[in-house]
Structures are given as structure tokens and as C-alpha cells.
Ligand binder design. Structure first.
Ligand code: UDX
Length: 434
């Protein structure tokens, strides 16, 4: 099948490359000429394991191409995906849909023959209705169906998530569109991925409900972790003790500095707004968002406490800046708030991240960057581990201790074992472990 992917950001690029790998003919479109030029040179604008190889292979085999010209790509396609950004709108937290609607207008102008327009971007309930209205108003003659097909991939594991999804959600009541979507995803049937057909509005809401539920799960275990610290319990044992109950499930119960990234913070806010607008406020999700944003700064206070109550004039080494490992994404990363809290209290920051330092330079101020974890620790009065990159999981502890000015480690991801750290002579604080 021929596919046009409008928006060559994270979701567009991963989905486009994976569809091409399944044998479809995919043209990825983006308005940014420098991005398209880079992609045509074989440079991938984001860090995602395996993506560069997947793109190169499918370009070489002639199934994947990149262009700034939307019209010819759309004209040739049987399915057109909208995978543009839906950032939080400044001021009110609603999702900013201007890129989605612009894409709808551009698609309408170009459409030829029966075309299925698919929103893959995370969009509030009712956006598909508006996309359809825009297209039909501009082109009453067009044979078109608008489908919601939300994406559930995680950064850092995006290709595997796309190719082996837990489920595929298809929101449309148009039988012909259902058949087109079914052909597109047929290569996945081998993996027996369940395909859930539902109404378009239901599909749109399903994506928000999934992200809000996962954000709630994380926030729940984070609060249990705080309680563990007060009562002398161990949050990892609690997480295992509840997670083995199938009704709860073991995943997303890892306590930490609070969730970040491009999805959970933005999507919980957008869901809260939609719910308020419709007179059905989601008080649980409102609380989750508030608890999570307070938590990130509270992690700074935890480091200050570990340093004996003050970090004024001290140097704090920060390991890990991105919101999670295996990405260079700094969006809503907990490190931003932790570092701000420490700087406000008078600390100097030296930081290291395996892939995120270029992106970090754009959002953090007054930070020195180190060459590696030991260079980062050199002369520091405390070290805080914020992101659990594999590289930080087996640090040479005697070498780390020798590099530090004071052997204080605050491990916000519970990577190390308290008894090991004690044996090596560290003052060690972690999350939810007394
Ligand atoms: C998320 C959803 O998982 C994905 O389905 C959706 O399509 C996009 O949003 P992503 O933001 O890439 O994906 O990362 P994810 O692995 O879900 O982690 C999000 C945040 O939660 C990170 O900051 C992570 O560190 C944190 N987290 C995750 C925890 O603190 N504890 C956990 O147990 C899991």
C-alpha cells in the first residue's frame, strides 16, 4: 500500500520506517526543509535505538522517502497519516491543534481518489470530527474517511513497540476504511496483536485514558515510596508484592523522581481540560498531575537534606539528564526541576548524560558538562543519579568514591543496593527504602 506520513517527528518517523519495513511504500513529509535534507543525507534528527539502521535499509530498498512536498505524497497515497505535534497550548494546557488542522487543510487540497486520513497524533476527543469537517468543507467532492489510530509507542523502545504492540486501536465506523487499516496492519497479525475496532471518539479517548492511567500508577507508587521512607518499609518489595496480583500488574510500579517526557505531562493536562470543559472533572488525574510536578522539585530538597541541609557553594554531580534512558529527549525531564532547586539553593552543577547533553544545553543554564561519570563526580560534594542509563548501573564504586569530595550519593532510580553502598562507605539515599 502507499502511505503518506505528514510530520516526520518522533511518531511519524518511527511509524513511517516501520510501515516501510512491512513492505508498504511510505513517503514521510515535513515542512522543515533542514529536517528533510538531513533525512535525505541519512541523518536521523532524534536518538532512537535501531531507527537509523531501519531508515537506511528501507530507503536503500526504495520503500521509504522524504519530502517537503505534501501534495504529491498525498495524491499518491491510499492512507494519509497525520503525525504532527500537539504540544500544550501556552496559558491553558489544552492541546494545541493548529498543526493538525493545518495538515487537514493541506491534505484536503491535495486528495485524489478514495483516501483514508488517519490521526496518529494524540488528539482530544472530537478532533477527528473537526478534521473531517475541514476536509469535507474544502473538498465536498472528496471520497474520504477520517480514522483515529492512536500510537502507544515508548521512546527508547519505539520500534519494538510498533512491531509488537499490545493492541492496535482503530477508531472508525466506515467499513471501507476498516478494510484499508486492516491491510496496513496485516503484517502484525502474525504476532497476533489484537485489533480493537471502536468509534473514533472512543479511540481518541482511549489514548488519553491509557496515558493518564499509567501516570496515575507511577504517582501512586511514588507516594507509597514516600510513606515507606517514613515507616521503615521497602517500596520495591511493596511493588513486587502488589504487582504480582494480575489485577494490578507489575509494570509501571518503579518509584522514582516523577514522570516526565513528551506524553504523560502534556496528555494528563489535556485530559484534565477536556474533562473540565465537559463538566466531568477527572479529580484523580488532576491530583496526579499536581503531585507529580511538586515531586520533581522535592527531589532537589532530598539532595539538599543528604548534604546536611545546605548546598550553598557546593558542587553537585548529576548523572542522567534525559527524562528516561535511551533517548536524547529533555522534554519535562525531572532533571530540569532537580537542577533548578539545587541552583536556587546555591549549588554549582556538573552533569553528564550519554546522549542528552546537546539537548540539555538548550534548556539548562549554568551547568558544567563532564566527559564521563567519574569526571562528573570529580571534587563534587554529592552525586545524584537522575536517569537510569545502563552506563550508570555498574559504576566502579571505589573509583567513584575516590573522585568525590564527599561520598554522598542520592539515587533517584534505586539502581544500587543500600547495603552495597554502605559497605563501600557511601552516605546513600534512594527512593522509598529506609
Ligand atoms: C509513554 C507511554 O508509555 C507510551 O505508551 C505513549 O505512547 C507515550 O508516553 P514515554 O513517554 O516514551 O511513553 O516513556 P515511558 O517509558 O512511558 O516513561 C514515562 C515516564 O515515566 C518517564 O519519565 C519514566 O522515567 C517514568 N516512569 C515509568 C517511572 O517513573 N516509573 C515507571 O515505573 C515507569
Amino acid at each position: 500500500m502507499r502511505v503518506a506520513m505528514i510530520g516526520s517527528g518522533y511518531v511519524g518517523l518511527v511509524s513511517g520506517a516501520c510501515f516501510a519495513d512491512f513492505g508498504h511504500e511510505v513517503c514521510c513529509v515535513d515542512k522543515d526543509p533542514s529536517k528533510i535534507a538531513a533525512l535525505n543525507r541519512g541523518e536521523i534528527p532524534i536518538f532512537e535505538p535501531g531507527l537509523a539502521e531501519l531508515v537506511a535499509k528501507n530507503v536503500r530498498e526504495g520503500r521509504l522517502s522524504f519530502t517537503t512536498e505534501l501534495a504529491p505524497a498525498v495524491r499518491a497515497a491510499e492512507a494519509v497519516f497525520i503525525a504532527v505535534g500537539t504540544p500544550s497550548r501556552r496559558g491553558d494546557g489544552h492541546a494545541d491543534l493548529s498543526y493538525v488542522y493545518q495538515a487537514a487543510r493541506d491534505i484536503a487540497a491535495a486528495i485524489e481518489g478514495y483516501t483514508v486520513v488517519v490521526t496518529k497524533s494524540t488528539v482530544p476527543v472530537g478532533t477527528g470530527d473537526e478534521v473531517e469537517r475541514i476536509i469535507r468543507e474544502a473538498r465536498p467532492d472528496a471520497e474520504v474517511a477520517v480514522v483515529s489510530n492512536p500510537e502507544f509507542l515508548r521512546e527508547g523502545a519505539a520500534i519494538a513497540d510498533f512491531k509488537r504492540p499490545d493492541r492496535i486501536v482503530i477508531g472508525t465506523e466506515d467499513e471501507r476504511a476498516k478494510a484499508v487499516m486492516s491491510d496496513l496492519y496485516r503484517p502484525l497479525y502474525l504476532n497476533q496483536a489484537p485489533v480493537l475496532a471502536m468509534s473514533r471518539r472512543t479511540a481518541e479517548l482511549t489514548k488519553y485514558a491509557a496515558n493518564a492511567f499509567l501516570a496515575t500508577k507511577i504517582t501512586f507508587i511514588n507516594e507509597i515510596a514516600d510513606l515507606c521512607e517514613q515507616v521503615g518499609a521497602n517500596v520495591q518489595d511493596v511493588a513486587r508484592g502488589i504487582g504480582l496480583d494480575n489485577r494490578i500488574g507489575a509494570k509501571f510500579l518503579h518509584a522514582g523522581p516523577g514522570y516526565g517526557g513528551s506524553c504523560f505531562p502534556k496528555d494528563t493536562l489535556a485530559l484534565i481540560k477536556t474533562a473540565q470543559d465537559h463538566g466531568a472533572p477527572m479529580r484523580i488525574v488532576e491530583t496526579v498531575a499536581a503531585v507529580n510536578s511538586q515531586r520533581k522539585r522535592a527531589m532537589g530538597r532530598k539532595v539538599i537534606a543528604a548534604c546536611g541541609g545546605s548546598v550553598r557553594g557546593k558542587t553537585v554531580a548529576v548523572l542522567g539528564l534525559t527524562f528516561k534512558p535511551n533517548t536524547d529527549d529533555m522534554r519535562d525531564a525531572p532533571s530540569i526541576d532537580v537542577i533548578a532547586a539545587l541552583q536556587d539553593a546555591g549549588a554549582r552543577i556538573r552533569a553528564f548524560d550519554p546522549e542528552g547533553m546537546a539537548a540539555a544545553r538548550a534548556v539548562l543554564t549554568d551547568v558544567d558538562y563532564a566527559r564521563d561519570p567519574y569526571d562528573c563526580a570529580r571534587g563534587a560534594d554529592a552525586l545524584v543519579l537522575v536517569t537510569e542509563w545502563d552506563l550508570f548501573r555498574a559504576l566502579d564504586l571505589p573509583r567513584l568514591k575516590a573522585a568525590l569530595n564527599a561520598p554522598v550519593v542520592v539515587d533517584l532510580r534505586n539502581v544500587y543496593r543500600p547495603d552495597d553502598m554502605k559497605r563501600h562507605g557511601f552516605t546513600y539515599l534512594s527512593i522509598g527504602r529506609a
